[in-house]
Structure formats: C-alpha cells, structure tokens
Design a protein around this ligand. Structure first.
Ligand SMILES: [Zn+2]
Ligand SMILES: [Zn+2]
Length: 402
C-alpha cells in the first residue's frame, strides 16, 4: 500500500476539478501497484490523502457498483449450457473508455488498469462463485461477452472435439457430406430432394450419433487424409477428430455413442476420446504412409511370375504424378513426386491380381496402377505392358505411429 500512497501523493489532483470518481475508478489509476488488493481498496486508501469530489462517478457512471447484477445476468445466460470452463470478455462503452484514457493523460498516470480488465476479472470472479466453475483463459468451453452499454451477453460456445479411428466397411460412402453437384445442396430431382450425392457419409454416421446426446448446430469431420468413396477403410482404421459446434452437453456417454455408430454396419469406431482444436491442426499435418489392398484386372492377363518380377523394381523408384484426370477440374494441375515403400503380390487368378501396396502419404494408388493416360509415370500398367483396371481398393492401414 505504501507504493500506492507514494504515487498518489505525487499526482496533481486539482487537475481533476470537481469531477467525482468512485473507489474502483480511483483505485484503478494505481492498478499495477500493490499486489493482491482490489481496486476498490486502493481507491479507499487514496481517497484518505487526496481531495476527490463526491457524487456519481465521472468515468464509469456507476458501472463498478453493478458487478453483482452483471454476474447474475451472465450466469442466467450460461444456465442452459453444460460446460467445464468459461471466460468473461467485455465490450466497454466507447465514451466510458475515452473518459478513462483522457484521465490517464491529464493526471499523467503511468500504471493504470483499464476498466475492461477490471470488469472481466470482477464479473468473472462473481460468476465463478455463482456457478461453481473455474474461469480459464486458455481454451475455455464457453466465452461470455458482456456489453456493458446495453447489459447484453453474447455467448461464444466453443466446439466439442472427440477423436478416434474409423473403419469404413461399405463402399459408396464418402468421408464427409457431399453436396449434390446439380443443386449444390438445395435439393433437386437428381438427389431426390436430399441435397446430397450419397445418402450418408462417415461424418454423418459418427457426428449424428454424438449429436443425439450433445445437441449442437453443425458438425465437421477432420480425417488424417481420406479414402475414395468406393474404397473401404479397414485394419486399425483412420484417425479422425469429429467437431460438434455449439454443443448443449459435453459430458456424454461415449461408449453408448460408439455402440450406436457401430450399429450402422457401415462405419465402426473402437473408442472416442476428448480432443482439442489444436489436435485438429496436428492431425491435418500428419504425413502418414498408407497400406492398400488392390484388386485389379489385367488385359491381356499377366502371369504371376511377371507381376512378382515387376513389383520390386517399382518399389522405391520415384513416381511422378500429375493431378489425376478425375480431379483436375477442381484442383491445380501440378506434378508431385511420391514413392512406394513396399509392394507384394497376394494372389493371381486368371486376369485378376490382388496386391498389397504401401505408399507415401498423398500417393494416388489407382493412378499408379492404371497410369492415368500417362499422367502418372512410371505406372504398373506401363511396366507390365498391359492395361490395368482397379476393381477394388481398400485402405488396410494408416501408419500414423498411433
Ligand atoms: Zn467509477
Ligand atoms: Zn440435388
């Protein structure tokens, strides 16, 4: 307290004139001094040694007396939502902030605390007592933004993130909701009014079952890469994070959600665990190699011995892949360099061959097999001197180290 009183003694208080200040606004002028004190206590001490007019506060107009009411307002707004952590933000009336700053200049204050910081802290403390939950600056579940000019509270409810690995047991299921190409999602004759190219997706099958309990306004599925619509995803499954926007509930029975997802018969998840928005970034950056099962038809039919002789030569050889013809209408036409990490023949029967291939992240496997009209070189078809058609493609593993 001595540091505050010493600083207060050096202030030119007559410059204040007859403008009155409340204890909090007075104390905030010395807000960076005296650890562990409230601004109100600072202000009471300063008032002892400085002549300050009494009356309605010139800076805040009585705002600092209303923290209890404002906290009750915030608590009411939070009531319908289930969350663990929260943070208070505030919008301070522009004119109030301007008066405060002019005062700092007139009195040459060096360490004042802005009203906004006090409102956030004082209202936050009271809300925390009220609802018995901790305020958290880092990644809170909910941010309540209090507009002090209108006594209005806006809630920003942060998403719920859950992670897992999915297996896709059916072909013809895209990873994410795929809007109808003709109507772009509005609904038309082609899509039977659904607005979608496919009846469902991995995203809808997983997120739908979670939202049944969590509620929420929308969802997204972030996958560590994606498989083609007609490729299954088998083995340990593909790592993903599902995001539920504005969930009403966050503590849901995850085992029950997993059971409901698995009951679809199309998608399976072993378990769901909590994740964060930061985990999504890490997931998206991962460059995991993938192992595939490829069933292909060769014309003319290729002998097993020839396949077995050709595959090892292709492993490790740089593959130059131009953006596949099937997607070049929506992606930049570039050339990427990829490699196979291993390739083996599982079996050959007549014109059918089954292979197991492991490739670097981002390798277009179908194109490596058939050559894509020369856009991928070398290709299996090119080296075999036979046309190769992919009949089935499955992802057997995503080597993410997890
Ligand atoms: Zn005040
Ligand atoms: Zn449509």
């Amino acid at each position: 307290m001595e540091a505050i009183l010493a600083a207060a003694a050096a202030v030119d208080w007559p410059a204040l004139g007859d403008r009155a200040l409340c204890d909090s606004c007075l104390g905030r002028l010395f807000g960076k001094l005296g650890h562990g004190l409230t601004n109100q206590a600072r202000g009471q001490a300063v008032r002892e040694i400085a002549r300050i007019s009494e009356g309605p506060c010139w800076v805040c107009g009585g705002l600092t007396d209303r923290y209890d009411d404002l906290a009750a307002l915030v608590a009411r707004k939070l009531e319908p939502w289930e969350f663990e952590t929260f943070r208070i933000g505030s919008k301070i009336d522009f004119e109030v902030a301007a008066r405060e700053e002019s005062l700092w200049a007139e009195l040459a204050m060096t360490g004042p605390e802005p009203l906004k910081a006090e409102v956030n802290r004082e209202v936050g403390k009271r809300v925390s007592d009220h609802i018995r939950k901790e305020a958290a600056l880092d990644r809170p579940d909910v941010v309540a933004v209090l507009d002090t000019a209108f006594d209005h509270v806006d809630l920003q409810v942060n998403p719920l993130y859950l992670r897992g690995r999915y297996r896709k047991l059916s072909r013809g299921v895209p990873q994410t909701r795929w809007p109808c190409r003709r109507c772009r999602g509005k609904g038309c004759a082609r899509c039977g009014g659904t607005g979608k190219m496919y009846p469902t997706s991995v995203e809808e099958l997983i997120a739908g079952e979670i939202m049944r309990e969590s509620g929420g306004t929308a969802h997204a599925l972030h996958g560590m890469g994606r498989e083609d619509v007609d490729a299954r995803m088998l083995g340990r499954g593909r790592p993903f994070i599902v995001e539920i926007k504005e969930p009403r509930k966050r503590r849901i029975d995850l085992d029950a959600a997993v059971r409901r997802i698995n009951a679809s018969g199309m998608v399976e998840v072993d378990r769901l665990t909590p994740a964060t928005g930061g985990d999504v970034v890490a997931l998206k950056e991962d460059r995991a190699a993938k192992t595939y099962r490829v069933l292909l038809r060769t014309a003319p039919p290729v002998e097993e011995a020839k396949l077995k002789g050709t595959l090892p030569v292709l492993v490790g050889e740089p593959i130059a892949q131009r953006t596949p013809g099937r997607v070049v209408h929506r992606r930049a036409d570039t050339t990427r360099a990829r490699r196979l990490l291993s390739a083996e023949v599982v079996g050959v029967e007549g014109d059918r061959a089954e292979l197991r291939v492991t490739a670097e992240a981002g390798t277009y496997i179908k194109e490596w097999v058939h050559g894509d009209g020369g856009r991928t070189r070398p290709s299996l078809a090119e080296r075999l001197g036979a046309a190769c058609e992919v009949l089935e493609l499955d992802v057997l593993d995503v080597h993410d180290g997890g």
